[in-house]
Design a protein around this ligand. Structure first.
Ligand SMILES: [Zn+2]
Ligand SMILES: [Zn+2]
Length: 389
């Protein structure tokens, strides 16, 4: 029986002592093992994982390590469980937790800051200065599940209460896994970018963050919203999600096209989600003077930048590392209000025991996969039953 001191459980949501979890061995090596179910501490709960989406960053973690950092180094052969875009059911409460009840459906943010460093005190908990400093005798309370602490490719995970967002019963498990992606786009536009209604936005790169970036920008009242990319079917999804215009950059010069579509002028914001080496220069030329660019993807090699153009035009540049400032809560509110249909980016579903296949679909974009969601067999069976009854 799972009964750690001070932790509350409920027979309605049974918690075993051991669970199945995927752990990272050598690079590209994932093993399904038995692990003890983790124990929530103060201000933490145990989440029973019901579904989890695969992110491009998971692929980076599994193949090369960063941005995951375990015990001050790479995450390999440390019994570490990756995966960060999950949702599930609250299964146990840590000491003193009364903000959630066992049985609540929740989706998660990734980062719980330490709460005591300068950035956390500013509310920038995703930029916590104690990132990853929880090993040996050091416990800073920082968590970035799937990066510096165990993540969601497992039956259970521990989350700080500040990383949980309650979801209603009419949001599907699959849609709930997409909330944090929408929250990341929203953080870039509003909290970091200061977007207000009526301003013009370009999104470069129709990956998950870019597509939901177009959707969130439109929901926030941006006008026009222009999406650029290389694949027509993804651009079409962008139109369905709310982009006013799309530009296929294999057929048109993106800078000229953006200026033409925006009445001959540069735009107020560019969100760069492609990671293409020259994208930062193109973004600079799409912007009007004093415009802002959010860098949400990274080229694997250093990029050559036309600094003079940025300086002469008072361009603001900022990076974004995941979600922040509770933007995820607001993104969830938009999704609950059906302001956009995030499930349009969900293309494939696999069971948890097929995780390696699911990762391959995401990495190789098999059948043009965008978001691949992995579900628990138990959960899938429950939903089949409900549909049948
Ligand atoms: Zn992610
Ligand atoms: Zn901190």
């Amino acid at each position: 029986m799972y009964a750690p001191p001070g932790v509350r459980t409920d027979p309605a949501i049974p918690v075993p002592e051991m669970m199945k979890a995927w752990v990272l061995g050598d690079p590209e090596e994932l093993k399904l093992v038995d692990k003890p179910v983790p124990v929530p501490k103060k201000a933490e709960v145990l989440v029973r994982v019901d579904a989890i989406a695969i992110c491009a960053t998971d692929l980076d973690v599994v193949s090369s390590g960063p941005p995951a950092m375990i015990q001050g180094g790479t995450p390999f052969n440390k019994n570490f469980t990756p995966g960060h875009e999950y949702m599930g059911t609250v299964a146990a409460l840590g000491p003193g937790v009364d903000e959630f009840r066992i049985g609540d459906r929740v989706t998660v943010e990734i980062h719980a800051g330490c709460g005591q460093c300068k950035r956390c005190r500013m509310g920038m908990y995703t930029s916590c200065l104690n990132y990853g400093l929880n090993y040996g005798d050091v416990d800073k309370g920082h968590r970035a599940n799937g990066f510096t602490s165990d993540g969601g490719f497992a039956e259970f995970a521990v989350n700080n209460i500040n990383t949980l967002i309650k979801i209603s019963d009419d949001m599907s498990d699959e849609e709930a896994t997409l909330v944090v992606t929408a929250g990341t786009s929203m953080y870039g536009l509003t909290e970091l970018g200061g977007l207000i209604a009526g301003e013009s936005v370009v999104v470069i790169g129709p990956g998950p963050i870019g597509l939901l970036g177009a959707a969130v920008a439109k929901a926030l009242g941006a006008s026009p919203v222009i999406l650029t990319g290389t694949r027509d079917n993804r651009l079409k999804t962008g139109l369905e999600l709310g982009a006013d215009h799309v530009v296929n950059v294999t057929r048109e010069d993106p800078v000229e096209a953006v200026r033409r579509l925006n009445g001959g002028k540069g735009v107020d914001y560019v969100i760069e989600c492609s990671g293409a080496p020259n994208a930062i220069n193109e973004a600079g030329r799409m912007l009007n003077r004093g415009g802002k660019m959010c860098l949400a993807a990274f080229p694997h090699d250093p990029a050559l930048i036309d600094v003079a153009h940025l300086v002469r035009n008072n361009i603001y540049i900022y990076g974004i590392r995941g979600e922040g400032r509770s933007a995820t809560h607001r993104a969830q509110a938009f999704m609950a209000a059906k302001r956009f249909d995030a499930t349009k980016i969900h293309t494939h579903t696999f069971m948890m025991e097929d995780l390696p296949t699911a990762l391959r679909y995401a990495r190789d974009r098999v059948e043009d996969a965008i978001k691949v969601v992995v579900k628990m067999p138990r959960r899938a069976a429950e939903q089949e039953l409900r549909k049948a009854s």
